[in-house]
Design a protein around this ligand. Structure first.
Ligand code: IPE
Ligand code: IPE
Ligand code: MG
Length: 234
């Protein structure tokens, strides 16, 4: 069985999961984050080295105040819990996204603390995309590059390897990208890193996506022929 080095996940369908049960959307997010806790451990225990998740997009700030507040609270409490558990598992937690307003200050503080607490961990990386937009990530990197070139810190030409170092986190390319809830789009998720990713779009809403569903995704991944533009030799 080939194990993808970098698995990325667009956690989608929490709201619909709840609405179909007559529950509040916030309850759906609670279930989603509960599921993420066990699923992330399972995925990293399978030998996946980097696990990225789309937890909150820049655009998600356009939702109702009630839903945004509930999500921010969940993230605040959730990330603290993850930090304790992942510290024991030797997993490094990092964040991608704009670490600034309108993210609440207490959330930004926790992000910085948790990154600092887990920075020496070496078994795997859990990358949480928070207030994230993939086009903005590419722009932010480009602007920093221009600044460094102007200051004489960096010489042209900029290669893909150098560009990758200017992104929010320096990560390997995504091998397997999963988006739950039957939506077949990226919604701005990790555009640079997803360049040659295998896509997998299960119909399941995220709170119902369990370990066995990930095993199915792995089976499917193993059936894919990743040619990278080349032709198989006989
Ligand atoms: C994903 O679930 C979680 C976030 C975007 C924060 P949604 O809240 O998008 O769920 P649906 O798509 O409305 O079902
Ligand atoms: C993308 O999901 C963002 C996250 C999963 C955090 P959305 O539900 O916000 O995206 P759209 O609106 O369906 O594109
Ligand atoms: Mg959605």
């Amino acid at each position: 069985m080939k194990i993808p080095k970098h698995v990325a996940f667009i956690l989608d369908g929490n709201g619909r999961w709840a609405q179909e049960r007559g529950l509040s959307r916030s309850k759906g997010h609670e279930e989603g984050y509960k599921n993420l806790r066990s699923l992330s451990k399972y995925i990293l225990s399978k030998g996946v080295e980097v696990f990225s998740v789309y937890a909150f997009s820049t655009e998600n700030f356009g939702r109702s105040k009630q839903e945004v507040d509930a999500l921010m609270n969940l993230i605040l409490v959730g990330v603290k819990k993850y930090a304790q558990e992942f510290a024991k598992e030797n997993i490094k937690i990092v964040f991608s996204g704009i670490r600034n307003y309108p993210l609440p200050k207490d959330v930004i503080d926790v992000m910085n603390e948790v990154e600092d607490q887990t920075k020496e961990n070496s078994r795997g990386i859990f990358n949480i995309c928070l207030n994230y937009d993939g086009q903005q990530e590419i722009l932010d990197a480009s602007n920093k590059i221009v600044e460094d070139v102007n200051n004489g810190i960096l010489k042209l030409p900029v290669t893909k390897e150098i560009f990758n170092k200017y992104l929010y986190q320096e990560l390997p390319p995504i091998d397997l990208l999963i988006r739950t809830s039957a939506e077949n789009r990226l919604s701005g998720f990790m555009l640079w890193q997803a360049s040659y990713a295998e896509f997998y779009f299960p119909k399941t809403y995220f709170p119902d996506f369990k370990e066995k569903d990930f095993d199915m995704a792995l089976e499917e991944y193993n059936k894919r022929d990743r040619r990278f533009g080349k032709i198989k030799e006989n």
